[in-house]
Design a protein around this ligand. Structure first.
Ligand SMILES: NC(=O)c1ccc[n+]([C@@H]2O[C@H](COP(=O)([O-])OP(=O)(O)OC[C@H]3O[C@@H](n4cnc5c(N)ncnc54)[C@H](OP(=O)(O)O)[C@@H]3O)[C@@H](O)[C@H]2O)c1
Length: 297
């Protein structure tokens, strides 16, 4: 029986993905990493499948990630990194003093996946959720400004106290997810595949909740208007497509970008080995990963 470790199963499209996995793949164990204790029992009650367990983990803290990863006794044949956030500004910091968006959306996955590397079975599949806003050519209808990549040491510093800066940091962090996946692909053994995944625009999740009541209301109105258009996907459908990416046939070459279930090229800016390797090295430094030790992380 295989085990899939999933982050971000508590709400939004990830909640639907987790319930889909439990309803349609009762033979696979689902291990959820979540901030609030009690999620595994909630998922079991809701789906009638008790083949689910949890480890409490706040991805905004390296110490918590290290403790949580040490509680995983593998083997894992699936990893679904769905947790992610968008902040109202770039002023909030992780427990380690890094800008929250980059800290959770990029650094947390760098650390967690490095810690879990010895736990992966072969074959195994790793999917990290990105977004089409990583692409500066993507039309987000003015909701999210294009990414602005920089030396990752700069990207982890707090920035402007504006909504635009917060949303731009989100787009930039999702470019970082694609870079991370490319760098990881070069290091994983054949048989252990890694993908970035774009769910498309999914109105009705909690993604914009840091924008406060007014911001949420604005996004809520826009979301309701967009949900009827083909550019938007409902949280239910987005969750099902994400779950199927974990359980369906091999989606494509390791390192690929999967958009709403289909492999397509990511942005031209996202294929940049120099940036990918710089991100890997700086993320190692920031996360305190020592490559000289026996177990690399
Ligand atoms: N909605 C969209 O239009 C859209 C578009 C493209 C990509 N995405 C991506 O899809 C993924 C899911 O987003 P969503 O829209 O479903 O948003 P959501 O409803 O806000 O769900 C986000 C999930 O991430 C978890 N999370 C956030 N910060 C965390 C932390 N510090 N530690 C542990 N878990 C944390 C949340 O857990 P809590 O319940 O504890 O907060 C929740 O389970 C994200 O990666 C997002 O960037 C969304």
């Amino acid at each position: 029986m295989g085990t899939t470790l999933m982050t971000g199963a508590s709400r939004g499209l990830g909640r639907h993905a987790a319930e889909h996995l439990l309803r349609h793949h009762p033979d696979r164990h689902l291990l959820v990493f979540n901030r609030r204790p009690g999620l595994a029992a909630e998922l079991a009650d809701r789906t009638g499948n008790r083949n689910v367990s949890e480890v409490v983990c706040d991805l905004g803290s390296f110490a918590d990630i290290r403790r949580a990863a040490s509680e995983v006794d593998g083997p894992l044949d699936g990893f679904l990194g769905n947790a992610g956030l968008q902040m109202a500004t770039t002023r909030k910091l992780t427990a380690d003093g890094h800008e929250m968006t980059f800290g959770v959306n990029v650094l947390a996955y760098h650390l967690l996946l490095n810690l879990l590397m010895p736990r992966f079975a072969n074959p195994a599949r790793i999917v990290v959720v990105g977004s089409d806003v990583h692409d500066s050519a993507h039309n987000s209808m003015g909701l999210v400004p294009p990414p602005r990549w920089d030396d990752p040491r700069e990207l982890v510093k707090p920035g402007e106290d504006t909504g635009k800066a917060g949303r731009r940091a989100y787009a930039t962090s999702k470019l970082g997810v694609v870079y991370l996946v490319h760098a990881l692909r070069r290091r994983l053994p054949e048989g252990v595949d890694v993908y970035s995944y774009n769910p498309g625009l999914v109105p009705g999740t909690g993604l914009t909740r840091d924008a406060g009541r007014i911001g949420q209301a604005v996004f809520g109105v826009i979301g309701k208007a967009l949900v009827a258009l083909p550019v938007a996907t409902s949280p239910e459908k987005a969750g099902r497509l994400l779950a199927e990416t974990m359980t369906g046939p091999r989606p494509g070459e390791s390192g690929s970008y999967i958009s709403r279930g289909e492999v397509i090229p990511s942005s031209s800016e996202s294929y940049d080995e120099r940036r990918e390797e710089e991100l890997w090295a700086v993320a190692d430094e920031l996360c305190g990963i020592s490559r000289t030790s026996h177990r690399s992380a």
